[in-house]
Design a protein around this ligand. Structure first.
Ligand code: ZN
Length: 239
């Protein structure tokens, strides 16, 4: 039986909601809408921790309880380096947005191997300088991360992420948003309750760097099982 190239429809938007004057940007928007077309998902497996995460001493707490597992398991990358393509705005005279995007990648690179690739190439994560489209006509979003599941040519279940951050903000907020959204794209699919974490659910006046709690949480995510990176079971033709 011919394996069909298919897509699981999945757009979970972790939208940064810009609501009110305070700039309360965050709330989880949307739910996983996994369309299974008689598809049998592979079993979830544990992967070895990437050395860069394994080396980090665990101290203090985390907010792993706030991270949502999805139907495919935790949204972690199973191949490294994770490639990141940066698509800056067409008009970015001081390269504020672009510099912030690179900076965010560099910051997370301390914990997971990331590689910036040319924007013309396919990438695991795309950082886009766009205003997220607001399909449901809710509040204007400042940033958003979504993922898409697919099966590659080897029959392996994989995902890719799109991060959209609007360029029209002060540099430190653009960086904070990219840092935050990249945290989602790397697997922290949830929000911290504390404003001292990069993955805090709201925008703060003085955005914090990646915290120990962020890193502890990321590490716990990568200790979890996932179906991603596994081959789909062979389909049995019916009839
Ligand atoms: Zn978020």
């Amino acid at each position: 039986m011919k394996r069909r190239w298919w897509f699981l429809v999945c757009m979970v938007a972790l939208g940064l909601m810009l609501g009110g004057t305070q700039g309360n940007w965050e709330s989880l928007a949307g739910t996983a809408n996994l369309t299974r077309q008689n598809i049998q998902l592979p079993a979830a497996v544990h992967y070895p921790l990437p050395p860069s995460l394994a080396e980090i001493p665990i101290k203090g707490e985390d907010y792993f309880d706030a991270v949502q597992p999805l139907e495919v398991g935790y949204l972690l990358w199973t191949q490294f380096p994770v490639t990141v393509a940066i698509e800056p705005p067409p008009w970015d005279p001081n390269q504020v947005w672009q510099a912030a995007a690179k900076q965010a990648v560099v910051e997370w690179s301390a914990y997971l191997p990331l590689e910036i690739v040319d924007a013309s190439l396919p990438a695991n994560i795309r950082l886009l300088s766009q205003r997220p489209t607001d399909q449901n006509n809710r509040r204007a979003r400042f940033a958003e991360t979504s993922y898409e599941l697919f099966v590659d040519s080897q029959g392996v279940l994989r995902h890719r992420c799109r991060v959209m951050v609007r360029p029209t903000q002060a540099a430190k907020f653009v960086l904070a948003a990219l840092r935050h959204e990249l945290g989602h794209a790397l697997g922290i699919w949830g929000h911290s309750p504390l404003p001292t974490d990069a993955l805090y659910f709201a925008q703060v006046a003085d955005p914090p760097p990646i915290s120990q709690r962020d890193v502890n949480t990321l590490r716990r995510v990568y200790e979890q099982p996932t179906r991603l990176g596994q081959r789909l079971p062979e389909l049995t033709p019916h009839g």
